[in-house]
Design a protein around this ligand. Structure first.
Ligand code: ZN
Ligand code: MN
Length: 490
């Protein structure tokens, strides 16, 4: 960012809560089905139809709120947000306004700036305020087909109308595009982790908007802000924010106006462009929804939701560092995915070697999984089998390179470590008399080198180790080989 300026960024995230049915009716919340298959008088907004709140929305909403450090309010009120749009058959959206489901949150995330190559600098904690997460229904979707000015068709699919959303709004606490990027990723992972949302941006069940303005460092007042919408990925969002920061600073410095408006990310031209100006801003005329009771959530209900919540990724990360003595980065990688974290913990416990378990999973197993386009959840090698392999390695029956080869084989054919080791004949030779016999022959055959070694050429020790390993087909236990060689050559 240009010297002397700072960016002020606030984030809004709409996350679809992962219920089977919609928020106010029993229609399936399956957006991809045959258009308008999942509709009924309630979500079509037919006269006289009455909404009934889906209890599962409250449970998942509470999980989402608690995992983001928000307080769930004892009473919240649904309100009508009035506007006209073809995908909104009722003419209003049922949302929440002045009494939201949850509010006053504080969330600490880890964040780092990235250099030109995308490499992260130091990871530092950043605490941001989350103002609220309210519950609301989604609208339907307009679909346009055909060629402009030739033949155009517009359709309305109301399968999405009435699917439940949590709208998460932060205070303007971000100062860079990468902070916003790390925040969205944090929210995505935590919502998936607790099962509140699939949080898949590509499928549109997590959508984010950013409010961006800039000011000179030391200024207290906010300048005009721009709302960035239709951001299809976290990376595009980051790029859009970055572009917008530079665009606004340049405009202010040139004495040109920065208008309060909504802008889109233009992927092709790598820039933001205007969608609508503030003059088109809606007055939504919110008022309490008369067809729904105030929502009251008991303390007992919240306690139950808390009790059912899994350990959150950040807590698990710190525990891995503490309990298993992992590095910060290794622990971060392991908790990047809930299934991977569970796989690691099962392996560490069954093998009784947390350190080597982490190494094997992060280097060998993840590589195999990536190559096979799989995740920890569908790994052909179970945690138990991997633990068995690590125990065999620890016992000195095979060496590290052999263990890696065995794992690749296990991954390919699903066999146990013992089976593969037997088939490959990897059983290590640790028997002293067998190794002694091999070494005696080598010493016999290489008298010149023996004399040179004894005369002070210590480098030749490696030569004898190499000859012994070669003669044993790589199976001799290196530790035993070293011991015997030292005896014989001294
Ligand atoms: Zn319905
Ligand atoms: Mn909304």
């Amino acid at each position: 960012m240009k010297e002397g300026w700072e960016a002020i960024i606030g984030m809004e995230i709409h996350a679809q809560l992962a219920t089977e049915t919609k928020i106010f009716c029993a229609c399936a919340a399956n957006f991809g089905d045959e258009p308008n298959a999942n509709t009924c008088p309630v979500c079509l907004g037919l006269p006289g139809a009455l909404p009934v709140l889906n209890e599962k929305v409250v449970e998942l909403g509470a999980k989402a709120a608690l995992s983001l450090g928000l307080n769930v309010n004892e009473t919240s009120i649904f309100a009508r947000k009035n506007y006209f749009y073809p995908d909104l058959p009722k003419g209003y959206q049922i949302s929440q306004y002045d009494k939201p489901f949850s509010s006053n949150g504080e969330l600490t995330i880890m964040t780092a700036e990235r250099d030109e190559q995308g490499r992260a600098g130091d990871w530092k904690p950043l605490t941001i305020r989350i103002e609220r997460m309210h519950l609301e229904e989604d609208a339907g979707k307009n679909i346009h087909e055909g060629l402009p000015e030739v033949e155009r068709f517009s359709y309305i699919d109301l399968n999405r109308a009435g699917t439940p959303l949590g709208e998460i709004v932060t205070a303007p606490d971000f100062r860079s595009s990468w902070q916003a990027y790390d925040y969205v990723n944090h929210v995505r992972r935590v919502l998936q982790w607790v099962g509140a949302s699939d949080a898949d941006m590509e499928k549109g069940n997590l959508r984010c908007e950013a409010n961006v303005s800039v000011r000179r460092i030391g200024e207290e007042k906010f300048r005009n802000k721009v709302e960035l919408k239709n951001l299809n990925s976290v990376r595009f969002m980051q790029k859009a924010i970055e572009f917008e920061i530079e665009r606004q600073i340049a405009a202010h410095e040139a004495g040109e106006p920065v208008n309060q408006e909504t802008r889109l990310w233009d992927e092709k031209n790598n820039q933001t462009r205007i969608m609508r100006s503030k003059e088109d801003a809606h007055d939504y005329r919110y008022f309490p929804e008369p067809d729904l009771q105030p929502l009251t959530v008991s303390k007992q209900f919240i306690e139950q939701v808390k009790a059912d919540m899994p350990e959150l990724p950040d807590a698990m990360h710190d525990r891995f560092v503490e309990e298993y003595e992992l590095s910060y980065n290794d622990a971060s990688q392991l908790v990047s995915d809930k299934d991977l974290a569970a796989f690691y913990e099962a392996t560490a416990q069954a093998s009784n070697n947390p350190r080597v378990s982490a190494n094997f999973i992060l280097s060998e197993l993840l590589r195999e999984l990536n190559n096979a386009d799989k995740t920890a959840k569908d790994s052909p090698v179970s945690a138990e089998n991997l633990a068995e392999l690590i125990k065999t390695l620890d016992a000195g029956k095979i060496n590290n390179n052999q263990a890696k080869e065995v794992l690749t084989e296990m991954f390919g054919n699903g066999k146990s470590a013992d089976e593969v080791i037997r088939e490959k004949g990897f059983e290590q030779i640790s028997d002293r008399s067998t190794i002694e016999k091999i070494i005696d022959e080598i010493v016999e055959k290489n008298q010149n080198q023996v004399v040179a070694y004894r005369g002070g050429n210590e480098k030749l020790f490696g030569f004898f180790v190499g000859q012994t390993m070669k003669a044993s087909g790589g199976k001799a236990n290196p530790k035993v080989v070293n011991e015997i060689l030292k005896e014989k050559l001294s």
